[in-house]
Write a protein that binds this ligand. Sequence first.
Ligand code: IPM
Ligand code: MG
Length: 370
Amino acid sequence: MKIAILPGDGIGTEIVAEAVKVLNVLDLSFETETALVGGAAYEAHGHPLPESTLNLAKAADAVLFGAVGDWKYDKLERALRPEQAILGLRKNLGLFANFRPAICYEQLTHASSLKPELVAGLDILIIRELTGDIYFGQPRGRRTAVDGLFPGAEEAFDTMRYSRPEVERIAHVAFQAARRRNKRVTSVDKANVLETFQFWKDIMIEVGQQYPDVALDHMYVDNAAMQLVKAPKKFDVVVTGNMFGDILSDEAAMLTGSIGMLPSASLNDRNQGLYEPSHGSAPDIAGQGVANPLATILSVAMMLRYSLNQTEAADRIESAVSAVLSAGLRTGDIWSEGTKRVGTREMGDAVVAALVAQTGGKTITSITTS
Ligand code: IPM
Ligand code: MG
């Protein structure tokens, strides 16, 4: 097993360090190699996704990714911005299937901005198509308009497009995931306006016929955005395109109280995957040691489960995370009255201690925090 470790920028380096500690205490045999990505790679090599980093990722069974980006790179030309690193990895590794679970931990029910009864026990899975749609569709660019409302004016354009195989494969991913859950798929589209998403919907219905045991329904994206805050527990698996999935997954993440808790997985057809927290690089709190490392630690669990076939180790991590939450440890993003505020490193150490305790070592309550 080979794991490429790409911490990236901002809090990326801090949270990945904790995830690596967790990985190392599991007693599994694997090789790791760390490389620069994003703004850090741009500073060192002049490009956010240097050839060497891309090759390392391609050769690995899994990539553990922190986060990229900083406001200071906003003025760079688009091709050199940190975000291009993650887009380039998705494209070059063919990571078309993005899993973004939104789980509300029982211990954190009150951390949500929604009423506790709306989110208690929430467990939904957003499956976002990740290598197509308007994100990657060609042509795109700027030009002088030859038609439209203002011929001769400067204009910019992107292209929303999906091919049949792209929609079919993400549909299969969604139906199969639903089979392992509550057997319901909601396909989110904008079929009332967009040709691309009428096509998407038609193909979802077609593929759905191969999964008679899974219930399929359809929702327009605007309504889905509303239903997510109105009655989020009605969803099981939500499958949608790249653009809508970007937006809805942030919304779903916030239902759980903190985006700092949510892992994600991006897989290709060989089950090679990139694992990253759902949140970004948070430059505003970078370097302070206060970021929540749990999303990244839970991403390691997803990595072990989906790409490395180590289900037992994945379960162990998830129960260790649950144990530290039950012990009352909280980083600032999930802190509330009566719980113990800890920093990034203490949180990582507590998860490590909980893992050790599972095998008969000391218990996590003996961890001292500052
Ligand atoms: C995400 C992020 C990325 C996206 C950005 C950083 C390019 O928002 O992973 O959701 O838009 O896909
Ligand atoms: Mg996003």
